[in-house]
Ligand binder design. Structure first.
Ligand code: SAM
Length: 422
């Protein structure tokens, strides 16, 4: 079975949930075949029944992973590592006549990573030279190269990066097969014509995570009833998904249109996955989400993917009475939307949403009332992380139906939930 190591984003449970939903669609597995073998810090070791068909394309659509490494060897001692790493480099570059470039990254080692990195780099250089290969390593000062440098050097197309991770005093050795395209994310976030920091913008990576948790695949139709400036729609289009967006603000619909026009002009023609393919469909309209009718949504979408209204912007935790008021207002709005949309969704439609959640230090103030009312509205929460994964990876049980997306300094956090009609 091929084995891969995924470098996970800031919140590992969210990244794992995303992988658990996406990987089986690419490397189809019988139940129990896709094994999430181990989680060590931010690294997840996965066995898949088949090779991943296009790792870079996969990584481009994962909001929660930053690198994919193909595992080549495990159980190595620190002493054995440089020899095995240099042999892997030799195999990788066999037959190359140009000057090859390479990088080595060492992870997880608390003590002296530079020392071991140095011996891996020098041993590799020596071994490549002995086999008649001219080579150059790109590591500066015997440190791991940053992602921007790996991209700048085009390390995956022109050379290779070899990675070694220490787990329980033994080493895993592998070769990087995909690296996050940080420039593409920042272009999609910061260079689009319309942005609205006041509104609490949805990061493109979180939009991808929601789309992936919804189970939508290329050719499906996804609806965002609170589309704002169109982040979910833009990420959906890039994944080959047809999108419908609406918002109560006519101004935001205009901004979404401008952003999507920009995306089509600037981005889509260059996106690998869209070469020679017709662009997915886009439909936008201006409407209150609590008033959506069959004429707006004649056919049930495969999924509803949305960042719901997160309440008025706040820079510090509001007084308790204000919190209650804000929660009640937001709850009322989401309640009204869920009630209205219920007859318009099909049995297979999934609703992947972020909902408001305040943070008071370690305490979370959630939309409890709304979550308890879901059965009366004709929905239930689906499992985002399954019990066997929680157990295997030692993750808390509360991650099963809801995941919190936050930053340490934030007061307004988001709870990710996935609903299905019942
Ligand atoms: C948090 S923003 C969504 C952010 C969006 N996903 C993005 O990245 O641009 C919430 C949006 O909900 C819209 N909104 C608020 N109340 C609404 C309602 N009753 N019906 C539809 N949209 C509403 C606001 O205009 C705003 O654009």
């Amino acid at each position: 079975m091929p084995q891969y190591i995924f470098a996970l984003g800031r919140i590992p449970a969210i990244s794992i949930a995303e992988l658990y939903h996406v990987l089986p669609t690419l490397a189809p597995a019988k139940p129990g075949q896709l094994l999430f073998r181990r989680l060590f810090q931010n690294w997840l070791l996965v066995d898949t029944p088949a090779e991943l068909p296009d790792p870079q394309e996969l990584l481009n659509r994962l909001g929660g992973s930053t690198k994919i490494i193909r595992l080549e060897q495990e159980g190595l001692s620190a002493k054995e590592l440089p020899t095995h790493l240099s042999a892997l480099a030799e195999r990788t570059f066999e037959g190359r006549e140009d000057k090859v470039r390479y990088a080595v990254s060492i992870y997880n080692l608390a003590n002296n990573p530079d020392k071991i990195l140095k011996s891996c780099l020098l041993e590799t250089k020596k071994k490549l030279k002995a086999s008649g290969l001219s080579s150059r390593f790109i590591n500066n000062n015997f440190h791991n190269p940053p992602t921007a440098q790996l991209a700048g050097e085009k390390i995956l197309s022109k050379g290779a990066e070899f990675c070694a991770l220490e787990v329980d005093k033994k080493w895993l050795l592998g070769r990087t097969i995909a690296i996050q395209d940080i420039n593409a994310y920042s272009r999609r976030d910061y260079e689009r014509p319309e942005r609205d920091p006041k509104q609490g913008m949805l990061p493109p990576k979180l939009a991808q995570i929601l789309l992936n948790l919804s189970g939508a695949t290329p050719g499906d139709t996804v609806y965002d009833p609170f589309c704002g400036i169109g982040t979910v729609l833009q990420e959906g289009l890039l994944m080959g998904i047809n999108v419908i967006g609406s918002d109560i603000s006519a101004d935001n619909i205009k901004k979404t249109r401008q952003n999507i026009d920009w995306l089509k002009k600037e981005y889509l023609p260059r996106a690998e996955s869209h070469r020679d393919k017709a662009l997915p469909d886009l439909r936008l309209f201006n409407k209150d989400a609590t008033l959506i009718s069959k004429s707006d949504l004649p056919k049930p979408p495969a999924a509803i993917v949305t960042e719901t209204f997160l309440g008025p912007p706040v820079s510090q935790l509001p007084p308790e009475s204000q919190i209650e008021l804000n929660l009640a207002k937001v709850e009322h709005l989401i309640y009204g939307f869920l009630e209205q949309i219920r007859p318009l969704v099909g049995p297979e439609t999934r609703l992947a949403m972020t909902i408001l959640c305040y943070k008071n230090g370690p305490q979370l103030i959630r939309l409890e009332h709304l979550l308890n009312e879901l059965p009366q509205l004709g929905y239930e929460r689906t499992e985002i992380l399954f019990p066997e994964v929680l157990k295997e990876l030692n993750l808390p049980e509360q991650n099963r139906y809801g995941l919190i997306y936050d930053r340490p300094d934030q007061i307004v956090a988001r709870e990710i939930v996935v609903l299905k009609p019942v």
